[in-house]
Design a protein around this ligand. Structure first.
Ligand code: ADP
Length: 634
């Protein structure tokens, strides 16, 4: 059963979590099945407990029946005990004997009648009457009533014959005159040793059993013959619980105890009396109604009080109990189901949360792994990049060097002329000096030697600049004097200037501006710009290159303007590319501007170019200004 419920529960949960119409129908079906299942379980358990219930309810009914019986017996016994001694007491009244002796005495009858009436009132509304030995009633408490016993003959009643025999007696019967059932208690009225008459006290029972009606149970009091004398059901009175023998019937008839026609069997069931829980089927008109019976003996010998509980009442109560138990089981199962469902729901939510967490964790791990891989790749790339950059720097250095050497190569013809010229002059001065000394013209010889000394100074200066220029420059940056750099660069290009007949115009400003950079590298850039300017002015009658320096608070600019044709638009974009040249083979390598560009960028500066409105190209080196003192040349 638990498995079935669990299965239903899962179905319900699965369906309850979906929202489409079809699934809602399915939920309704599941709920229907569930409720049906629970009801079936409830019914099944109810049926299981049915016999047990019936016994239990019967037992309870028995208990209450017994207490009812006790009450009936008590009240009956008490009445009988109260009334039984009364006739003997009353019989001792002298007036009774007086009347019996003088029955014709008309004055005495009313007196005794009234005396008995008052007595009857005193003992509780019961008839009290006096019977003469011939059976005729001579005085009675009900003398005023229409159904007065006065003059009635009761010689057939056993209570009369018994009392006439000298013994107190008791009898029960349906009153002939009163049509009331009653107990008759009688005693002889004695005159010495003779019985002069009989005093009777009648106790009616109609009022007693009339109060028993309206209950679930029926109550019956049967006499020793098994005739129902008192009953909660008026129709059951005088019916018999056992079949009467002919002798019994005759006795009843003779004593006119009960109407003979009423003595029909109430039931065929035997052994009803004294056997508790026996089923008794009562013939009630056309149908037979079953009862359970309980009985107790009452104070009169052979008498029994019986309680009859309808089997249908027990059945109904049993069904109620079963329904109650079934419903309780149903409700308990429902509660258990709801609790289980809640737990299952909670477990499911936890499971989903767990799965989600696991998935998230897995994703995070995957992403972390991916990121690690990407990171590693990035690190590798950065390392590659750094290696490439280092390589590039080396290459650049080599290029700078190569560029310088290329410039030197280009300048070598002019340089050899520059050096050869003072050398030839030195040779001439020396030869002349020797002649002057031979002729003792020491003054002239001295002049020549001074000239020779000037010439060697000039050669030494050129050589020094060349050495500096050719030297591989360091990477470090420092404060550099812009004026000095331009002066030295002009000196370096002087051989080319002389050779080409060009002109360099430089108005060195009074302020010695300093910038951040490398002395030799800046010198190399300026030499390059001057050299290109001279080349550009080739076509002009005289190539003129103008150099000027300008400054802002943060920058210093070196302008180099030539009088050449300027830069053609298609060339302007490429002039900073390595190996781009428009010059004929042997004259240019196309490295000068590309190296210059890198050098100026290394300084944190810019190299700009534009065609001047008056013609010619103007290069501008924009450099970071500093106010530190220029450092030693590096
Ligand atoms: P090279 O001088 O060896 O050709 P550069 O890199 O110094 O190499 O110059 C590259 C090219 O830029 C030159 O070939 C020339 O066409 C152009 N150029 C450079 N300076 C000037 C200038 N002042 N006027 C016109 N063109 C120039």
């Amino acid at each position: 059963m638990v498995y079935v419920l669990r299965f239903e529960m899962v179905c319900y949960y699965v369906r309850a979590t979906s929202e489409t119409g079809r699934e809602q129908i399915s939920i309704a079906r599941t709920i229907g099945r569930l409720v049906g299942g629970l009801v079936a379980v409830g019914l099944f358990i109810g049926l299981l407990v049915l016999p047990f219930m019936e016994t239990k309810i019967l037992k309870r009914a028995n208990t209450s029946a017994y207490s009812q019986l006790e009450l009936v017996r008590e009240s009956l016994d008490q009445r009988i005990k109260r009334f039984a001694p009364l006739p003997q007491l009353i019989a001792q009244q002298s007036s009774l004997l007086a009347l019996l002796k003088d029955a014709e005495n008309e004055g005495l009858v009313p007196f005794v009648n009234e005396q008995l009436r008052l007595l009857a009132i005193n003992i509780g509304g019961t008839d009290v009457y006096l019977i003469a030995p011939n059976g005729i009633t001579v005085a009675t408490s009900n003398y005023r009533s229409e159904r007065s016993f006065l003059g009635n003959n009761y010689d057939y009643r056993p209570y009369f014959t018994d009392a006439m025999g000298g013994a107190a007696s008791q009898f029960h019967a349906l009153g002939i005159t009163s049509r009331e059932r009653g107990f008759f208690f009688s005693a002889p009225v004695v005159d010495g040793t003779e019985v002069a008459g009989v005093l009777v006290v009648k106790m009616t029972v109609d009022m007693i059993d009339a109060a028993w009606g309206g209950l679930d149970n029926e109550i019956v009091v049967a006499d020793s013959n098994g005739v129902v004398f008192m009953a909660s059901q008026p129709e059951w009175r005088f019916r018999t619980l056992v079949r009467l023998s002919a002798a019994q019937k005759e006795k009843i008839e003779t004593s006119r105890q009960f109407p003979i026609g009423a003595l029909t069997p109430l039931t065929q069931t035997l052994d009803v009396v004294g056997n508790d829980g026996v089923r008794m089927d009562v013939f009630d008109g056309d149908e037979t109604v079953p009862y359970y019976t309980q009985s107790v003996p009452v104070a009169l010998r052979g008498w029994h009080a019986i309680v009859l509980t309808p089997v249908s009442v027990i059945r109904t109560q049993t069904w109620y109990a079963v329904a109650y138990w079934g419903t309780s089981v149903f409700v308990l199962l429902l509660i258990a189901y709801l609790i289980m469902q809640r737990q299952a729901q909670r477990r499911e939510v936890e499971r989903l949360q767990m799965a989600e967490r696991d998935l998230l964790e897995k994703r995070v791990n995957e992403r972390t792994l991916e990121l690690n891989t990407v990171n590693r790749k990035l690190v590798n790339k950065i390392q590659d990049h750094q290696a490439t950059e280092a390589e590039l720097r080396n290459t650049q250095k080599e290029l700078v060097q190569a560029g310088k050497l290329a410039s030197l190569g280009q300048m070598s013809a002019a340089l050899s002329h520059e050096i050869n010229q003072p050398l030839a002059a030195i040779r001439a001065y020396a030869g002349n000096a020797v002649d002057f000394l031979d002729k003792d013209r020491t003054g002239n010889a001295r002049e020549n030697i001074v000239h020779i000394s000037d010439m060697t100074d000039r050669i030494a200066r050129i050589s020094k600049h060349l050495t500096n220029f050719a030297r591989q420059s360091g990477d470090t940056l420092g404060a550099v004097s812009v004026g000095d750099v331009v002066d030295e660069a002009i000196t370096l290009v002087m051989p080319k200037v002389r050779k080409t007949g060009a002109e360099i115009v430089f108005d060195r400003p009074d302020t010695d501006y300093t910038i951040i950079g490398g002395h030799l590298r800046l010198q190399q850039v300026v030499v390059n710009l001057l050299s290109n300017g001279i080349d550009a002015g080739e076509a002009a009658p005289t190539a003129i290159v103008r150099v000027r320096i300008d400054a802002t608070p943060d920058t210093v600019s070196i302008f180099v303007l030539d009088n050449g044709p300027g830069l053609a638009p298609e060339v302007a974009d490429q002039i900073f590319d390595p190996f781009f040249t428009t010059k004929e083979a042997g004259k240019g390598m196309g490295l000068g501007l590309s190296i210059s560009f890198n050098i100026i960028e290394d300084f944190g500066g810019k190299i700009l170019v534009a065609n001047h409105p008056d013609g010619g190209a103007e290069f501008e080196l924009v450099l970071q200004r500093t106010h530190q003192k220029p450092e030693a040349i590096t």
